[in-house]
Ligand binder design. Sequence first.
Ligand code: TEU
Length: 568
Amino acid sequence: DIDRQWWKEAVVYQIYPRSFNDTDGSGVGDIQGIIERVEYLDDLGVDVVWLNPIYESPGADNGYDISSYRSIDDQFGTMADWEELLAKLHERDIKLIMDLVVNHTSDEHIWFEESRKSTDNEYRDYYIWREGRQVDREGGPHGPSGEAPPNNWESFFGGPAWSYDEQTGEWYLHIFDSKQPDLNWENTEVREEIYDMMEWWLEKGIDGFRMDVINLLSKPDGLPDSEDEDALVVGADHFMNGPRIHDYLSEMHEEVIEPYDAMTVGEMANVDAEQARAYSADGMSMAFTFDHLRLDFGPNGRWSHGTFELPELKRAMSYWQEGLGDEGWNAVFLGNHDEPRILSRFGNDGVYRAESAKLLATLLTTLQGTPYIFQGDELGMTNYPFESLDEVRDVDTLKNVRIAREEGRFADETEMLDVVRRRSRDNARTPMQWSDEEYAGFTDGEPWIPVNPNYEKVNVEAERENRDSVWNYYRRLVDLHHESDLLVYGDYDLYLPEHGELWVYTRTLGDEQALVALNVSDTSTTFEPPDVVAGSDAELLAANYTVDADAVETTDLQPWEARVYKLN
Ligand code: TEU
């Protein structure tokens, strides 16, 4: 009675093309660079590649500001290159999913260029335009005669979610950068344009979409002010999971996704399990949720640092493991191109770099759900040691830091740099480390963003030669995940929820059972198996230390030790 789906059994590898592999010396990764590494992906054993945006874009937000949905940006190559990539991936049975960014376009998209021309332009209603408010507000952006933005919503990247446009004297909504105006999903023509575009890509042979900020599409009538000034971003209470979101997504699913048996993974900040089940009922294959990536936010939210204990992380992730039941499916991930490196955030990127990277690999591949590996995590890449803002490229970091400074939210520059080192999205965006050659073998030119200085030690070439490397461990765990219905479909049960160092769970499918024991700490810790499994005969399926065990017994687990037992 297993509800089998190809995407439930897959392991996904996320490629950030700008930082993956450069073949033309421009310093920016390109599609030919990915083609050159298809064999690498096959060796690692992944089944699906998710490509971050490579569409034509002025690059205000590294491609999340699209000016033409059906073109490849010159800096990455041509449509012919892209077609070659798709063919080469498919030859090796690797599927391809593309990033779908349809909450907003670039302000340089022809629709917006038309839309801003006049209030009666045929594209006016493709975006969200409003008159300003006639209140005199001190500070902040002002239209003519002291006018204020239409409501109090904020942009994710800092400042108001509205910009004034002189041409017509009105304001347009942008939940992200001012160069990313929000599309008006109320407009049927907008929806049809987007569905046509999606179908066009599916016809070209892609296997699905990763859907950018997909639960932001529906904005409520009247665009009311937010009452929740403490929200992740002001306005989120209105524009996340908005009133017609399920109409749009089920319509999208029926019109374009279903006929192709495509997979979809929605990026969904601020959903609970009940809402996620509703998205699943719309046809969404799975969702990225973020509870576990908020635990280290500080008193000033994302741009400040806070600490958390292991039980909180277990609680956040176990909530999702248990919460979807048969009505949804998890996307298991610990990081992506917007987040710090998983090893620096959840592991120990110093003395226990290799051990903790392997522990995280174990977690990713043995929780219930489809595992996502972000490029470089399979090497144990770490955060970048930023020494100054000159090394930062990311619009999100630069803008938020500027505003936090203006508002005096950092005690001093040391605290500012500390937060940047922990939080900047650029931590994930430094070039992939292929070898110990100059610029880590990423480019023959000058890379668009600095290379992490640890590349001489942490790189693909060195790790592939070493049997005990993080890379080889990932490869084995990817295989293990593939071989085992138990690890894909088995139920998750958590033990010792309040234990401060150990994360212990079983996976159960019919009469098969696996036990995972992780010591998420820098110290050796005694593991006393829960009664239900204590003493069972067992086979060790995976371990990141050299150990012998043929039964589940009380034992000391070394720092960051991970064991996966199959119970007999
Ligand atoms: O991200 C949405 C988003 O909410 C994050 O940028 C968020 O600010 C950050 O993850 C905080 O944890 C998506 C894309 O992944 C991101 O790269 C884009 O910048 C953004 O949408 C706009 O398209």
